[in-house]
Design a protein around this ligand. Structure first.
Ligand code: IFM
Length: 460
């Protein structure tokens, strides 16, 4: 295959999230989050796994940062655990919680690694969950207060601030299908949460801007929605509906001034959208400096009157849409491998929502990663050639988007470490670094060494 160069200053890095790696669930005054509660509820998470210990990154961050430096990472995207900063979600700030991120940021900067902060990666303080979580408008206001407090401590050293990670998951998986915390199955609640998450973004972005933040963004997981049959009008209608519910319901208010009429109508058939108040859309549409894109696989749909729809994750699609099962080769999550979907998605967003720089804030794959026979003694080896192929394919796809004119600023692999994969627990391994959860030993996989080379060559 031909060699490829990425633009100068292309940002190479890796991403993680607090609840998935930190552990130390009760240390230094951290309060409980909805994920602590959810993972302790029987039947919610594979084998009752929790984030109590995870990768113990809270105590091993220095070792992890040293590893990042060894791999040559230029950027590290991590999330801040709101329950460490405000254990109850409101009220006084817990300085010991902020101290941890202070130490982490300093360690990164000392190694020349740019910190990229995500303020919310799903670990809502349980006290706010008890008051309705994201179905309660006040949660959005509290989020802005927390964002400002965090910026107050770290803003002198962190340039890039993103508000939410994948609000689609928080809203639809948390309140629609119930496979994520808080585990509700209520379509009206899911749409209410969508709006309050966007409002939380808008309020937090405004607070960050007022405090002097330079680069403010949000990370979405937009879907590359494809028709089963490109010549079918019914399939095109299904694409439009799913695109509205998954993509445009976020992208339009963020980047085009407000919700689209067809999306409003669809939502209005399920819930009277009284939660959208005057001024909300204007606030949400305030300009951002960066849009984070998380991409893993495409979504194929067909328009069918007897279609089962997408369940709680796509309210109101039953009797209209059939979601096609993924076709192989599949990752360990059962997800399709289709790098071209990344090119299409980046190009589509750059075309329909021009003017905002894009950053791939997550891309990667879970594979079973059987360690070599000499593991864990002797020289360790985890030969994850399938992951290398996945990453290489997607980097080529990202490069293709750049060559078609997309303003793509960087690529962050998901994930630095094997970690707690939400409802799947620890059984799915996304890391380029293997974690032995019994010993907490870290072993860079072949993909980590391959990625190190990519970074050092700034290309493939
Ligand atoms: O692990 C998650 C991450 O927290 C959010 N984006 C998708 C990843 C893989 O499922």
């Amino acid at each position: 295959m031909s060699s490829l160069r990425f633009p100068e200053n292309f940002l190479w890095g890796a991403a993680t999230a607090a609840y998935q790696i930190e552990g130390a669930a009760r240390d230094d005054g951290r309060g409980p989050s909805i994920w602590d509660t959810f993972s302790r509820t029987p039947g919610r998470v594979h084998q009752g796994h929790t984030g109590d210990v995870a990768c113990d990154h809270y105590h091993r961050y220095a070792e992890d940062v040293a590893l990042m430096a060894e791999l040559g990472l230029r950027a590290y995207r991590f999330s801040i655990a709101w329950p460490r900063i405000q254990p109850d979600g409101t009220g006084p700030v817990n300085p010991r919680g902020l101290d941890f991120y202070d130490r982490l940021v300093d360690a990164l900067l000392a190694r020349g690694i740019d910190p990229i902060v995500t303020l919310y990666h799903w670990d809502l303080p349980q006290s706010l969950g008890d008051r309705g979580g994201w179905t309660n408008r006040e949660t959005a206001e509290h989020f802005a207060t927390y964002a400002a407090a965090t910026y107050g401590r770290l803003g002198d050293r962190v340039d890039v601030w993103t508000t939410l990670n994948e609000p689609w998951c928080s809203a639809y998986l948390g309140y629609g299908s119930g496979v994520h915390a808080p585990g509700e199955q209520d379509p009206a609640a899911a749409f209410t949460a969508v709006h309050h998450l966007l409002l939380g973004h808008g309020l937090a972005a405004r607070a960050l801007r007022a405090a002097g933040a330079r680069t403010i963004g949000i990370t979405l997981n937009p879907a590359d929605v494809r028709p089963a049959d490109g010549s079918s009008a019914a399939d095109a209608a299904a694409v439009r509906l799913v695109d509205g519910l998954h993509n445009r319901i976020f992208l339009d208010p963020l980047l085009a001034g407000g919700y689209a009429e067809d999306v409003r109508e669809h939502v209005g058939r399920i819930v009277e959208p009284t939660f959208v108040r005057d001024g909300d859309e204007k606030l949400i549409a305030a300009p951002i400096d960066l849009l984070g894109i998380n991409y893993y696989q495409p979504t194929y749909v067909a328009g069918r009157p007897d279609g089962a729809g997408g369940g709680g994750a796509y309210p109101g699609t039953d009797g209209a849409v059939e979601f096609l099962p993924p076709v192989g080769p599949l990752t360990d999550m059962g997800w399709m491998v289709e790098p071209a979907g990344l090119t299409r998605l980046l190009e589509r967003i750059a075309t329909d929502y021009p003017g905002v720089p894009l950053l791939i804030t997550e891309n990667g794959a879970a594979y079973p990663d059987k360690p070599g026979a000499d593991f864990p003694g002797g020289p360790s080896q985890v030969l994850d050639t399938d992951r290398i192929a996945y990453l290489e394919g997607h980097l080529r796809a990202a490069h293709e988007a750049i060559s078609r004119g997309v303003d793509l600023r960087g690529y962050l692999v998901w994930s630095l470490l094997d970690n707690f994969e939400w409802a799947e627990g620890y059984r799915r391994r996304f890391g380029i670094v293997h974690v032995d959860y019994l010993t907490q030993r870290r072993t860079p996989k072949s993909s980590a060494r391959w990625y190190q080379e990519v970074i050092s060559r700034n290309g493939l």
